[in-house]
Design a protein around this ligand. Structure first.
Ligand code: SAM
Length: 328
């Protein structure tokens, strides 16, 4: 997964510039239009937002909206050279690009649909024990092959109780990534938005074939060997693991809610009300964005927002109702 997504010169993200949006492989919340960013800005305005670091900024759509809404210094950390170039063209000198996580950070960190692109381990719970599913090259074709689990992965896998046979993912990389971010956070707020569940739902007995998915031209399928390097490979995010990573570094979990609840709490309906209802050409696309962002059948329920932070004393607007942190 690491190589297929990120290998320089070959990986999906390393090469792709037209992967996001209607003509690409998938659409993210910021790619739908400015409604997501304008609503998010209402939460950010409520806390100290003079420095924002966006991780994995895609086409630069969210940065563009937030820079219109807020007065701030904006930094981007983007691992894909191709996407960084696209962001540079779109945003110019309004943003500063950084190559690695800062040693210390005060301010806001945003990561929308980044955690799901972190490589995962695929694990099988069988009658005979727990195995890791790896990739072999047999007669010039990739195929799954199994080996015993070891180390940290074995410990994690043993702590998950599922009925065998069962296959799922363990996202050690995403957890380590958030732990590092939290360790370096001196003061501020980290918002991670993505599709995923708390641990209890993630490893639900009925989700027995896991969440590993590929996205190619708006079609989803579950075979990562079909077009390695040419299509997205993702896994849902275990938000309990991310919350644990924050707590291990004494960073507080400040809120966890569905995307719909978060956006409603932030006042998405007020943002909608600013649109010209009389003018259908103007209003219809914005209403369509709201429908995609909020509908339980689209992004509203599956997508979640997790807020963790250090030195933030006030309750956050986005979690004023329907905070589900206690499920993590
Ligand atoms: C699914 S896209 C989401 C883009 C954008 N945030 C959006 O919502 O439209 C994932 C983005 O994360 C970047 N990325 C993947 N792994 C990363 C990492 N470890 N650190 C920073 N960016 C990363 C990819 O290059 C890409 O820009």
């Amino acid at each position: 997964m690491e190589l297929a997504l990120h290998a320089p010169g070959l990986g999906y993200y390393a090469m792709g510039t037209e992967i996001l949006g209607a003509h690409g492989d998938f659409v993210t919340a910021p790619e739908l239009g400015s409604l997501f960013g304008r609503t998010l800005a209402r939460q950010l305005r409520d806390v100290d937002h003079h420095r924002i670091l966006e991780l994995g900024a895609g086409s630069g759509a969210l940065a563009e909206t937030l820079l219109k809404e807020l007065s701030c210094e904006y930094f981007i950390l983007e691992t894909s050279a191709a996407l960084r170039e696209r962001q540079r063209e779109r945003l110019g000198s309004r943003v500063s690009f950084i190559d690695r996580l800062p040693e210390r950070w005060r301010g806001i960190v945003l990561a929308n649909e980044v955690a799901d692109a972190m490589p995962v381990h695929v694990v099988g719970w069988t009658e005979q024990g727990i195995v890791e599913r790896g990739v072999s090259l047999i007669e010039n074709r990739f195929s799954w092959s199994e080996r015993p689990v070891a180390g940290e992965l074995a410990k994690e896998a043993a702590s998950i109780r599922v009925p065998a046979p069962y296959v799922s993912e363990i996202g050690l990389a995403a957890r380590a990534w958030l732990r590092t971010l939290c360790e370096r956070l001196e003061q501020g707020l980290i918002l991670v938005s993505d599709y995923g569940f708390p641990r209890r739902e993630y490893y639900h007995p009925q989700r027995s074939s896991g969440t590993l998915m590929c996205h190619y031209r708006h079609q989803a399928h579950a075979d990562p060997f079909l077009r390695p390097g040419e299509e997205d490979i993702t896994a849902h995010v275990d938000f309990s693991a991310l919350a644990a990573a924050a707590r291990e570094t004494r960073v507080a979990v400040l809120g966890y809610a569905t995307q719909a609840q978060f956006l409603v709490n932030c006042g998405i309906t007020d943002v909608l009300a600013e649109a010209n209802v009389e003018n259908a050409l103007h209003y219809a696309p914005i209403a369509a964005q709201a429908q995609k962002l909020l509908s339980p059948a689209e992004m509203g329920e599956l997508f979640k927002v997790l807020a963790v932070g250090r030195g933030i004393d006030q309750p956050l607007l986005g979690f004023s109702r329907g905070d589900r942190s206690d499920a993590l």
